[in-house]
Write a protein that binds this ligand. Structure first.
Ligand SMILES: [Zn+2]
Length: 167
């Protein structure tokens, strides 16, 4: 996986910045000009108006690939959540349980919000996601549960979000 896209275009934002109104031309959403309804051949998400929803696909549904599966296939995350610090290391299992729980809960309603990979990197844990809101939501859930320091860096051109949680 290339992280070259992390080097440029990011700026730090405040937690309450209204950035998350995505006027952005997200390449993966732009691809989503799928006929409706379309069922994802990979994950089974049924897409209506480019929003994934878990429903039964009608027999007439088209087959396609949803934006989340596209990102996973291309190894191109939208959200990068970095977790580090001595508190994190000593409570890692409990904290990762919360991370996965949060995803599970979100995904139940929003099938396009998924964790892609969890990697160990330079003493930190990097969680990548298919959706910037999921990365933000996990960061806020950790901050709510354990405090610590939470930072956001957003790249509006590519609609990428980096979240750093240190504790
Ligand atoms: Zn899919």
């Amino acid at each position: 996986m290339s992280h070259a896209n992390l080097s440029g275009g990011f700026r730090q934002i405040q937690r309450h910045d209204a950035l998350f109104q995505e006027r952005v031309h997200d390449a993966y959403k732009a691809k989503g000009k799928l006929p409706e309804p379309t069922v994802c051949a990979h994950c089974g998400a049924v897409l209506h108006a480019a929003r994934g929803q878990w429903r039964h696909a009608p027999a007439t549904a088209h087959q396609g690939t949803c934006p989340a599966c596209h990102r996973i296939h291309d190894h191109y995350p939208a959200g990068f959540l970095t977790l580090k610090g001595t508190f994190f290391q000593s409570h890692r299992d409990e904290i990762m349980h919360l991370v996965h729980n949060h995803e599970h809960h979100e995904r139940a309603e929003h099938p396009l919000k998924r964790i892609m990979e969890v990697e160990e990197k330079d003493g930190a844990t990097l969680v990548t996601t298919t959706d910037i809101h999921l990365a933000r939501g996990i960061g806020e859930a950790l901050h709510h549960a354990y405090q610590g320091e939470l930072q956001f860096h957003y790249n509006p051109e590519q609609n990428l979000l980096r979240v750093n949680w240190t504790h």
